[in-house]
Design a protein around this ligand. Structure first.
Ligand code: C2E
Ligand code: MG
Ligand code: MG
Ligand code: MG
Length: 282
């Protein structure tokens, strides 16, 4: 590379950076108004038992942007966290998810993702209580998913919030298990009901030896701590079979269903209620 190219390359890089920062700024401005304009909606993905019955749905937020179409939560959740929009957005998600779930048969729960920011900057116990009260959903039908990053700074306040939520009867899950803060000591200090194995470990099953070894270790650990293990990102029949042979309790992934709009989730839920049927593995 000559000096000239280097300079051009650098200038090009700088321009690209500026563009990206500008795009981010624009998106974050739009994000702030999106809640008032009703541009967010919830999709729901089934979590199924070993036998293929829907045990719960995970609520997954979508942003239906008037010009860009559907924006992925992977793109706007980090932005919502940086700008603080996650606080009112998270409140709306929780209320909305509880209202929708309250209409399902009573043996089906709803799992809601929480951002670590919500633990730091809102009164989650109050929020959860009012969402349950207003929707009439039983506390035992609400599961809160938190990632390991919450424990990076598990302050006494966060710990107290988790204990209170659990005393209220709400279930707690560790999401994306194995990808974040890897000290396991929090599992001893904080009481969790479920562990969700991240899809990166599921992806290479059943062929990848080390992947299977990690999944087996997680399942054994969780089972001996009396926690339920859910595998995420199950896409193939071979993965399903492998996970079940390793002792996994529940499964979630495209093999069973993609995340679907609320109306479709309602149909899946009520069909099961009527037929006591199962989701057929595709
Ligand atoms: P997550 O909580 O781990 O959710 C699972 C993600 O995996 C979802 O992506 C889901 O659509 C996707 N998925 C499910 N089955 C499969 C599969 O078989 N194969 C593959 N490749 N992917 C599968 P999504 O909806 O794009 O959400 C991404 C992440 O954004 C979530 O990861 C969660 O961390 C965050 N998120 C989504 N909704 C919310 C929300 O309401 N609140 C908060 N705080 N975060 C959310
Ligand atoms: Mg989740
Ligand atoms: Mg996950
Ligand atoms: Mg994830």
């Amino acid at each position: 590379r000559t000096k000239g190219e280097g300079r051009n390359g650098y200038r090009f890089y700088e321009a690209e950076m500026d563009e990206r920062i500008e795009a981010r700024r624009a998106l974050s401005t739009e994000l702030r108004g999106a809640l008032d304009r009703n541009e967010f909606l919830l999709y729901f993905q089934p979590i199924v038992t070993k036998e293929g019955r829907i045990r719960a749905f995970e609520a997954l937020v979508r942003w239906n942007h008037p010009k860009r179409g559907f924006v992925s939560p992977a793109d706007f959740i980090p932005l919502a966290e940086e700008t603080g929009v996650i606080i009112p957005m998270g409140e709306w998600i929780l209320q909305q998810a509880c209202v929708i779930a309250a209409a399902w048969p009573s043996d089906i729960s709803v799992a809601v993702n929480l951002s670590p920011i919500q633990f730091r900057h809102s009164d989650l116990v109050l929020l959860v209580n009012s969402a349950l009260q207003e929707s009439g959903l039983a506390a035992s039908r609400l599961e809160l998913e938190v990632t390991e990053s919450v424990f990076l700074e598990a302050t006494p306040a966060i710990k107290t919030a988790l204990v209170k939520l659990r005393e209220r009867g709400v279930r707690l899950s560790v999401d994306d298990f194995g990808t974040g803060y890897s000290s396991l000591s929090y599992l001893r200090r904080l009481a969790f009901d479920k562990i969700k194995i991240d899809q990166c470990f599921v992806r290479d099953l059943p062929h990848e030896q080390s992947g299977a070894a990690i999944v087996r270790a997680i399942i054994d650990l969780a089972t001996s701590l009396k926690m339920t293990v859910i595998a995420e990102g199950v896409e193939t029949e071979a993965q399903r079979r492998c996970l079940l042979s390793l002792g996994c309790h529940e499964l979630q992934g495209y093999l069973f269903s993609r995340p679907v709009p609320a109306e479709e989730a309602n149909v899946l839920a009520s069909q099961q209620g009527l037929r006591r049927g199962k989701i057929q593995a595709a």
